[in-house]
Design a protein around this ligand. Structure first.
Ligand code: CA
Length: 258
């Protein structure tokens, strides 16, 4: 249990590591946002998640948490209910209103049934009542990620206008013609097509597509957008990839020739 003088905190970190890496062979590292104003708990959560080889961002108030979550670059959000600024319920509600479907695990100190129901009603995927055991938290986070992966797997094709991305055959087709893409081009196009009509900043794109590639160049996004345009849009009167000056890029079908 996590408490003021939690025995969990004294537990050597290598015990966590041993336990969880032996049990689950998985797994690609996940990018997790923790929104928690109790700093000791926030840092403990980060430490435990880092041990699981996830990358972790921390926010200590609702507004910062919302700003970060709206970037839509996280695999999961661990969200405290009671927060300074806006609370967890409002944060989650706003996130869903923006159609950001990142899995959310809500933490509540109250434990009241109504809070849990409200949390789930505003779009949280699961909740956990404080105090909780770290093993339980990790199990819930992993369950969220598995559920999300299943949801992704079920989406076998993405389409924007006459462009189709086949996630099973790993190929793109526009107007019936197969387009050869490199792995990075495919990843970039998939990220754009998972957010049709939304402007994505260069930072968001780098985080999503080049996250662990420390050698990525500062203009890598522009270079790859250029490659993609050559393959996807060249020769078509209605380009799908749009530049939003000073902000980033988006993909959308429109009837207006650029
Ligand atoms: Ca709190």
């Amino acid at each position: 249990m996590w408490r003021e003088s939690s025995p969990v905190e004294e537990k050597p970190l290598n015990q966590w590591k041993y336990k969880h890496t032996t049990r689950t062979i998985r797994k690609r590292a996940m990018h997790i946002l923790v929104v928690e104003d109790e700093q000791r708990l926030a840092y403990l959560l980060r430490r435990v998640l880092l041990e699981e080889r996830h990358t972790v961002d921390l926010a200590h108030d609702g507004h910062t948490g919302l700003d970060l979550a709206l970037s839509d670059t996280y695999d999961a959000v661990i969200l405290d209910l009671m927060l300074p600024g806006i609370d967890g319920l409002e944060l989650c509600r706003q996130l869903r209103a923006e159609h950001i479907m990142t899995p959310v695990l809500m933490l509540t100190a109250r434990g009241a049934v109504e809070d849990r129901v409200t949390g789930l009603n505003v779009g949280a995927d699961d909740y956990l009542t404080k105090p909780f055991a770290m093993e339980e938290l990790l199990a819930r986070v992993n369950a969220l990620l598995r559920r999300r992966d299943r949801r992704f797997d079920e989406t076998l094709q993405l389409s924007v206008g006459d462009l189709i991305l086949d996630l099973v055959r790993h190929e793109a087709r526009r107007d019936g013609h197969v387009i050869e893409l490199t792995a990075k081009e495919f990843a970039l196009l998939e990220y754009l097509m998972r957010h049709p009509g939304r402007v994505l900043t260069r930072t968001q794109i780098v985080d999503a597509v080049w996250r662990y590639d420390l050698d990525a160049l500062s203009n890598v996004v522009d270079i790859y957008i250029h490659y993609l345009r050559d393959k996807i849009d060249q020769g078509f009167s209605h380009p799908l990839i749009k530049t939003v000056r000073g902000v980033g890029y988006k993909i959308e079908a429109s009837n207006h020739p650029a």
